[in-house]
Ligand binder design. Structure first.
Ligand code: GDP
Ligand code: GDP
Length: 434
């Protein structure tokens, strides 16, 4: 399961630069949610196939008082929720009082942190780092983020720690992992209770830490599941913590850790920008998606028609995802969610032999030839599976880099229909070999 890496440090030490290098494969996810500062950035990274989430905490000044107090509090919350903390310092500026205060905070938080000395370009890295050894960190990395130097070897050395964060949870949570995500107050807790109580379920005892979502393994009709509850229903003491209990880090982690994500929308409010943001996170992750439009009880027919029209219009790009109109409070429609979850899981984990994929590809090509480029027709020869959750189909041919979006969509639709892939995206990779 996906480790979270938090970047902390004074302003200007190079956190954004490092963030951009670590998340280069994708656009940074910048989110504006209630209770979170705008400048906190979240991104997905990938090192040698190992996925992780990076948070740029937006900068601790080391001065806890006054205007910065809120930002500092939020940065420390990010530290609390992270698996790995990278404390950045500026190798040109040398050690400052701010660095010492931050180091002290980190020590008191009890979180193991690594010291990263940045801007070591144009000087002897060992000399640049010498100033900081007194801070007392066990591991020190020397990098030049702006020149993409030292970052890969740092990630290489962090791999064991990332693997540990992964294995910790992967073993304990069997079966189909269902992430329940959504804005505050859309009904996630109510739905989690409903999903658990729907049938006679056996909820196993599970240890929980305060920083994580609650992972609830259970069994239903002979199938193992683990619910990933971002609202923390079992720990919840009072209803006042509405904003507190919502955390983007938890949400991103729940999405990454899930096989199937149930995104809950409040029908009374309709689709809002934050819902679309969250859908964007799910699409980026490649996880299967089921939309649950909740609080469908007690709405009059016109209101219902207008919400359905809005969903149809704004989510038409999500035609592969099932949409359910439910009442978590009364339980209506909740049983049907399990059918979608099952379909999604089977699609996400399906394995297809190369000869089957190749036959589908060749039929698709025979029905509808790829275009000509420079007087030669693009050739698609065979296909094999490159991964699961989401399924990846690798297509081999010639000049595949010239294939247009229309033709790719045609292929995706054809494969989706023939393979009966429901709820899960399919990723395609095209390779040319001549
Ligand atoms: P943040 O405030 O901690 O997010 O810092 P930024 O990433 O915005 O970087 C602050 C400044 O330091 C920018 O002008 C960067 O170009 C510069 N910088 C970042 N990394 C390096 C580096 O490795 N070497 C040098 N020389 N400058 C860097
Ligand atoms: P969360 O913050 O997403 O976990 O939302 P909660 O599950 O705490 O629900 C927020 C509020 O919406 C509570 O007052 C619930 O009783 C109410 N609620 C949840 N589901 C439904 C529903 O299906 N219908 C109605 N009418 N209210 C609901």
């Amino acid at each position: 399961m996906t480790p979270v890496i938090a970047l902390v440090g004074r302003p200007n030490v190079g956190k954004s630069t490092l963030f951009n290098q670590m998340t280069r494969s994708r656009d940074a996810l910048v989110a504006d949610f209630p209770g979170l500062t705008r400048d906190r950035k979240y991104g997905d990274g990938d090192y040698e196939g190992r996925r992780f989430i990076v948070i740029d905490t937006g900068g601790l000044t080391g001065e806890e008082e006054g205007l910065d107090a809120e930002m500092a509090r939020q940065s420390m919350q990010a530290v609390e929720e992270a698996d790995i903390v990278l404390f950045l310092v500026d190798g040109r500026a040398g050690l400052t009082a701010g660095d010492e205060i931050i180091a002290d905070h980190l020590r008191r938080s009890g979180k193991p942190a690594h010291l990263v000395v940045n801007k070591t370009d144009g000087q002897d890295p060992e000399v640049a780092a010498a100033d900081f050894y007194g801070l007392g960190f066990d591991s020190v990395y020397m990098i030049a983020a702006a020149h993409n130097r030292g970052i890969r070897s740092m990630l290489e050395l962090l791999l064991p720690e990332m693997d540990e964060a992964e294995e910790d949870r992967a073993d304990r949570y069997p079966g189909i992992r269902i992430g329940v995500v959504g804005r505050p107050n859309v009904g996630k807790s109510t739905l989690v209770n409903r999903l658990l109580g729907e049938e006679r379920v056996v909820v196993y005892d599970m240890p929980g830490t305060t920083r994580d979502s609650v992972y609830i393994p259970y069994e239903r009709q002979g199938q193992d599941y683990t619910l990933i509850d971002t609202a923390g229903v079992r720990r919840r003491k009072n209803v006042k913590e509405v904003v507190e209990k919502f955390s983007i880090i938890k949400t991103l982690k729940a999405i990454e850790d899930a096989h199937v994500v149930i995104l809950v929308i409040d029908a009374r409010e309709g689709l809002v920008d934050q819902d679309l943001h969250l859908i964007g996170f799910v699409l980026d992750s490649g996880r299967s998606l089921v939309i649950a439009v909740n609080k469908w009880d007690g709405m009059d027919p016109e209101e219902r028609a207008s919400v359905k029209e809005q969903v149809r219009r704004r989510l038409d790009f999500l035609d592969y995802a099932d949409k359910h109109y439910i009442s978590a409070l009364h339980g209506s429609g909740v049983g049907l969610l399990y059918d979608s979850i099952q379909d999604c899981y089977e699609s996400a984990m399906a394995k297809w032999p190369t000869n089957r994929l190749t036959a589908i590809l060749q039929d698709a090509v025979a029905q509808h030839q790829p275009p000509m480029v420079h007087g030669r027709r693009i050739k698609l020869r065979f296909a094999h599976q490159g991964g699961s959750n989401p399924p990846v189909i690798v297509v081999h041919g010639n000049q595949t880099e010239a294939l247009g979006g229309d033709y790719k969509r045609y292929l995706e639709n054809t494969f989706r229909k023939v393979l009966k892939v429901k709820g899960s995206p399919i990723r395609f990779e095209f390779r040319s070999g001549e």
